[in-house]
Design a protein around this ligand. Structure first.
Ligand code: GAF
Length: 424
């Protein structure tokens, strides 16, 4: 194919053309198509996902886009030949590195750095294909051989900002390979594949929220997800009708969920549930808190209280969005932040400052979003208040000697998609 095969009317035609050229420079062939998946902002429901609770994230208008095509194994022209060693080749716009491995050698231990995200997804999908249809990544008599692939990644989701840049790459890779390998998995199954990659290849013990938001997002709506049943409901946010916006305040304090704090919070939650004889904190309510306070040490009790009250706040937020609209949810956003700061202890001074200044400058509500220990806060604001609010935040950060935060509005957007094909 040549560039004439690109649909010039597609809003991303220029990006596709640039990525096709980069793909060709790195992999020596043309991509077969483009797939994409967004980052997310969590409106409310933090550290509830791995407790089988409720979350209410939305996909944002910042996405990872992948170009994908076949990669011929070195020296073999027929990728289905029994002695062929199909390979995975991955490259990206944020690294000079090209990582190439035989598909048969893909294991979590073999993966590191940025390539663990796409290659972890390839490994998890290949395992899944082997378990369900006998498909194999190195020729076996029992099933079809999964063909090798080359993948080139571009993303405008900021890295380390708590906006799920990793889930965006995982989900874009998952939708691309699901189609390329003709696996027929549905969006919820693909979200689970992304989580498996994150847990096992990247080594971060995270829940299912980020990949679910990236897969299932809808324009102008949030994804209400029950992380026990995996039932989902799209909840309209109604921001435009009220002239509201969601401002992200990226503190530029970088976080990493593969290190201590996230895992220790998760362990406290599991210890609290087990001490109460419950399968998970999902099974406990505020009515259980007095009894829990007697049984648990103070720190474990406060960790559990955050999760239990946060689940209630998510349900109440959904009820208020459906009955009264977004102006009614401010107090719940504020209460969620206080709970994370005081009970769950995952905030940092920069996040607290962003939230306090937003609240003092007329925001409807504000809270840190994501796993914590850095990253971003969100503020639900009136559109016409943004210039003064942004100026107040920048000045407050300057006065405290913090790095200048990055401020931008996000639009609740559609989840992962097939973005376009280059046909032979
Ligand atoms: C991170 C994790 F990846 C999610 O699974 C979730 O636990 C979140 O932190 C906290 O709500 O984004």
């Amino acid at each position: 194919p040549d560039d004439a095969n690109l649909d010039a009317a597609h809003p991303d035609a220029a990006l596709f053309a640039a990525l096709a050229a980069e793909f060709e420079a790195r992999h020596g062939s043309r991509p077969a198509g483009f797939w994409s998946a967004p980052g997310r902002v969590n409106l409310i429901g933090e550290h509830t996902d791995y407790n089988e609770g409720f979350v209410l994230p939305f996909a944002i208008d910042r996405r990872a886009v992948v170009a994908l095509g076949p990669s011929a194994p070195a020296g073999a022209s027929d990728v289905t030949a029994p002695d062929a060693r199909p390979t995975a080749r991955v490259s990206s716009t944020f690294s000079e590195q090209i990582v190439e491995l035989p598909l048969a050698d893909l294991t979590p231990d073999a993966l590191a750095d940025w390539s663990a995200y796409p290659l972890g997804v390839a490994w998890a999908l290949a395992e899944r294909a082997a378990a369900t249809s006998g498909a194999a990544i190195s020729g076996t008599p029992s099933g079809p051989v999964l063909p090798g692939f080359a993948l080139h990644i571009h993303s405008d989701v900021p890295i380390g900002a708590g906006l799920s840049s990793s889930a965006a790459i995982e989900c874009a890779t998952a939708v691309a390979l699901n189609e390329f390998w003709q696996l027929g998995l549905d969006p919820v199954e693909l979200a689970r594949i992304g989580q498996i990659a994150e847990n096992q290849a990247v080594g971060a013990p995270t829940g299912i929220m980020d990949q679910s938001a990236s897969m299932l997002g809808r324009a102008d709506a949030a994804v209400f997800l029950d992380c026990r049943s995996m039932n989902t409901e799209s909840v309209p946010l109604g921001l435009h009708a009220e002239d509201l916006e969601i401002l992200v305040i990226d503190t530029r304090v970088s976080h990493d969920h593969a290190t201590g704090g996230y895992a220790s919070r998760r362990a406290s939650c599991e210890a609290a549930a087990s001490a109460m004889g419950a399968r998970s904190l999902r099974d406990l309510t505020v009515a259980d808190l007095p009894r829990m306070q007697q049984v648990l040490d103070d720190e474990t009790f406060r960790r559990a209280r955050h999760v239990i009250t946060e689940n209630e706040r998510v349900e109440e937020t959904v009820r208020l969005l459906e009955t009264e609209g977004p102006l009614a949810i401010g107090a719940l956003l504020d209460a969620s932040h206080s709970s994370m700061r005081d009970d769950f202890e995952i905030s940092v001074p920069e996040l607290d400052l962003a939230v306090e200044v937003s609240q003092a400058s007329g925001a409807v509500g504000a809270r840190m979003t994501g796993g914590g220990f850095g990253g971003s806060a969100l503020a639900l604001i009136r559109r016409d208040s943004r210039p003064a609010l942004e100026a107040a935040i920048v000045e407050a950060f300057r006065a405290r000697g913090f790095a200048r935060p990055d401020l931008f509005v996000v639009q609740p957007s559609a989840g992962a998609t097939l973005k376009g094909h280059l046909d032979d």
